[in-house]
Design a protein around this ligand. Structure first.
Ligand code: 3HC
Length: 690
């Protein structure tokens, strides 16, 4: 029997008060459930008590079921049993809600006989975001209380509503700006005296059913294979056709099926990985960020302009610096044009556009960076260029200013060595388009001061990014693994697969685009230039570039793009060229199934991920997953490459890599020592946590 220290029970006058105190967010773990069940029982047994109020300490009323308990052996009392006890209590129970009431937290409130919330409270059923549906009566109680046409969209989007909105919906009885517990106690006493409110108001009219069915049809059309949307529709639909208890049983069955589904497991993994990534190894909470009131960005190209927009969008004044007026004007025009598109689409008001543009001050010459609290260099990707900029910045930047490079590959300590202040220099690697993509790799060198890292992470969040702290090393985390996929693509093309087959394997997996379509979009010349600079060759990719087929911008690449089409069409010439290259290499082309293609693309990435972990370039496997989900469109419901590898089994991946290494004679494809060790121990990367 768990102890009940997370719920305090006291009696104030004739009303009992159960206060949940389970930081950080009062999740409904076993202790909280037991404490609440005990409170209901005590209040019902105590002749001097007429009603019970459930309240909570801290920033949340209740953040929901304890997600970390999912998939583990159940501990009594279950949440449904607890809610049965609350709903069936002979003395009325009223929820006093402050902060967020989410998921199971809102379901607790729904099982109560009355609900009072503090202004600023937020109420929602976000289970959909975890690949689930509400599993403790939410799909049955909320539609009965506010109508299915209002309840269904709340559950479908997972977005919380404000207290005011909830009051309007009839979800809440009252909203108060203070004394929520006292007001809830009054309501509880009134309910006890009048017996009112014991059964939920029934909003289930025929008109409501029709409105719900219309919304459901639309949602199902958009669901694209997400298993929880049909489940949600089925559960909500049953409120119109089944008695309450049977509806609850339908909901429970669907919920438990979804909890066991790999897709929900992956999304739950992502939930925790997103929170873990914020914890910086070796840096305690005593390290505070430096103040960032203004910024400068060096280079008004696509990346620099995008980064400047991030600052402007976040309300931080930024100076955009170029070497000459013409490229500066081009850069500013490009930014204005991007904002114009947002205005045309209606996602930005003309006033906001003007304000944002006003926050960007164009300037020629590095001296304009003198006053900035942070300078981000986004100039040409060449060490000499970067070093000369940092030498210049060292002369003009104010003491304590943070100097960051947006390099995708280059060595940050070498860049830092161009200054006399390596403790203030780090990498901040944005992803293109910088104003859109969420990922920010914060590259931590051995020399950089802890508070600089903390500042870069805090700033990243202010800019709306997902910052991931990574170690210094060629390509850091994301691009280093991407390179493995690019090489794998080339290997597959030579061995017998065609571009559309490779892309289809990845889109079938859940990516929005495969590697060939992606290369065509980004421009094949980028990789070509980088390979030439490093003395590397890729027969197919090089031949395509030598033919001038740089991708969408030239109307052809791996695919044909007639008349500016965005979706590529198979190109017989490219396919013949690939076949010729195979023949030249003496390769007899063979066909590959989607599964084989997938394994050949993803296994080498996982192997590289293992090496990245061995080298300490990423702190945790989950960090790598967050990088790939936020920077490379890895489908979140696949959990990221390291989570995926665990779900396949590392022993399976290790064997496949051994076979691939033997087939190609490429020793680099042999399983990394970490992968080998975990595979031998029959463990996953997930076992490395904590
Ligand atoms: N279960 C377990 N742990 C949880 C949790 C939950 N439901 N919600 C938050 N936490 C943990 C986080 O992992 C984090 O732990 P850490 O400090 O060890 O990393 C800590 O609480 C604080 O969380 P955040 O960093 O996210 O804090 P914020 O203040 O930014 O946000 C929040 C607070 C809005 C409550 C946010 O945490 C959140 O959205 N939580 C999840 C809400 C949710 O999805 N609830 C539904 C759960 S499923 C359910 O209820 C099923 C039911 O229908 C049966």
């Amino acid at each position: 029997m768990p102890s009940m220290t997370k719920v305090r029970y006291e009696v104030r006058g004739r009303v009992a008060l159960a206060t949940i105190d389970g930081p950080p967010v009062n999740a409904l773990g076993a202790e909280v459930r037991a404490g609440l069940a005990d409170a209901v029982e005590r209040a019902n047994k105590d002749a001097g008590v007429t009603a019970l109020v459930v309240a909570a300490e801290g920033k949340a009323f209740i953040a929901g079921a304890d997600i970390s308990e999912f998939g583990k052996p159940p501990v009594a009392p279950s949440l449904p049993d607890l809610l049965d006890a609350i709903a069936g209590s002979s003395k009325p129970v009223v929820a006093a809600i402050q902060g967020v009431a989410l998921g199971g937290g809102l379901e607790v409130a729904l099982a109560c006989h009355g609900r009072v919330a503090l202004t600023g409270a937020k109420l929602g059923l976000p289970e959909i975001k975890l690949g689930l549906i509400p599993g403790a009566g939410g799909t049955q109680r909320l539609p009965r209380l506010i109508g299915a046409a209002k309840a269904f969209p709340m559950m479908l989007s997972g977005e919380p509503v404000s207290a005011g909105q909830a009051l309007e919906y009839g979800l809440l009885d009252e909203v108060v700006s203070e004394n929520v517990v006292a007001v809830a106690s009054q309501l509880a006493e009134t309910l006890a005296a009048t017996g009112a409110g014991r059964t939920a108001a029934d909003r289930l009219t025929e008109a409501d059913r029709e409105a719900f069915e219309a919304l459901a049809a639309e949602a199902l059309k958009k669901a694209e294979g997400a298993p929880n949307v049909p489940a949600l529709v089925e559960a909500v639909r049953s409120v119109f056709s089944l008695p309450f208890a049977e509806g609850l049983a339908v909901e429970r069955r669907l919920f438990l099926e979804l909890v066991a589904d790999e897709r929900s497991k992956a999304l739950r993994h992502v939930f925790f990985a997103e929170r873990e990534v914020a914890k910086l190894p070796g840096i305690g909470p005593e390290v505070k960020p430096r103040e960032i009131l203004s910024a400068a960005v060096i280079g008004a190209g696509t990346m620099g302009g995008g980064i400047a927009m991030c600052f402007a969008n976040a309300g931080i004044p930024v100076t955009l610096i170029e070497t000459a007026q013409a490229p500066l004007d081009n850069g500013m025009n490009r930014i204005a044009a991007i904002y114009d598109i947002s205005v045309q689409r209606g996602s930005l008001t003309p006033e906001a556009r003007a304000q944002r543009l006003k926050r960007i001050t164009p300037a020629v010459g590095l001296t304009a960076a003198a006053k900035a609290d942070i300078v981000i260099e986004a100039a040409f990707e060449e060490m000499g260029v970067k070093q000369s900029i940092f030498t210049g910045l060292d002369k003009v930047a104010k003491p304590g200013a943070i100097l960051a490079s947006n390099t995708s590959y280059l060595d940050i300590p070498t860049i830092a060595a161009a200054t006399g202040r390596p403790q203030d220099v780090l990498g901040m690697h944005f992803f293109s388009p910088a104003n859109v993509m969420k990922l920010l790799e914060v590259v931590r060198t051995k020399e950089v001061a802890d508070d600089v890292v903390v500042t870069a992470v805090a700033l990243g969040r202010r800019l709306g990014k997902v910052p991931v702290v990574v170690g210094n090393g060629f390509g850091f985390v994301g691009n280093r693994m991407l390179e493995q996929r690019t090489r794998a693509t080339e290997r597959l093309l030579v061995a017998g697969a065609l571009p559309h087959e490779i892309d289809a394997a990845l889109t079938g997996f859940g990516f929005k685009m495969g590697p060939c379509a992606m290369a065509d979009l980004a421009g094949n010349d980028i990789g070509w230039r980088s390979r030439k600079a490093r003395g590397l060759k890729a027969s197919v990719a090089d031949a395509i570039c030598e033919a001038g087929w740089f991708g969408q911008k030239t109307g052809r690449g791996y695919y044909l793009y007639p008349q500016g089409a965005r979706a590529g069409q198979r190109d017989p010439e490219v396919e013949a060229l690939i076949a010729r290259i195979s023949a030249e290499k003496g390769v007899t082309r063979r066909s590959f199934t989607s599964e084989e293609i997938l394994a050949r693309l993803l296994d080498p990435m996982v192997n590289e991920g293992a090496r990245i972990l061995e080298a300490g370039i990423a702190a945790r496997p989950g960090d790598i997953d967050i990088v790939w989900i936020n920077g490379y469109n890895w489908p979140a419901w696949r959990g990221g490459p390291m989570f995926w590898a665990d779900s396949v089994g590392l022993d399976v991946i290790a064997k496949r890599l051994e076979a691939l290494a033997a087939e190609t004679g490429d020793k680099a494809l042999e399983p990394a020592p970490l992968l080998q060790r975990l595979a031998a121990e029959r463990k996953g990367f997930g076992s490395l946590k904590g």
